[in-house]
Write a protein that binds this ligand. Structure first.
Ligand SMILES: [Zn+2]
Length: 93
């Protein structure tokens, strides 16, 4: 018996802010994983760190928050000044 967690990732496409994102869903633990926090899951690996969610809505909120990097206040502060002038949008066309 192995004590290692062996996730069985299923890649799921969800729509975030009108854009499609591929996220990871583990059929073993029934948890969703943010692919930006733990990109290893996209390749079937086990992320060393990551953000896990019990339902798609929570994951969705988390992905939306990524856009503003709410937990990265330093960066947010720097961006603030530029924001006034116009749109800051790092999305590719
Ligand atoms: Zn994340």
């Amino acid at each position: 018996m192995s004590s290692r967690w062996a996730p069985r990732w299923e890649l799921i496409k969800i729509t975030v802010n009108g854009r499609q994102e591929t996220v990871c869903y583990d059929q073993e633990t029934k948890l969703y994983l943010c692919p930006r926090c733990g990109p290893e899951c996209l390749k079937g690996g086990i992320p060393t760190s990551g953000s896990y969610f019990f339902n798609q809505q929570d994951l969705l909120n988390h992905l939306l928050a990524h856009r503003y990097e709410l937990w990265n206040k330093k960066k947010h502060k720097e961006v603030e000044e530029e924001e006034e002038g116009g749109e800051e949008d790092e999305d590719e066309e």
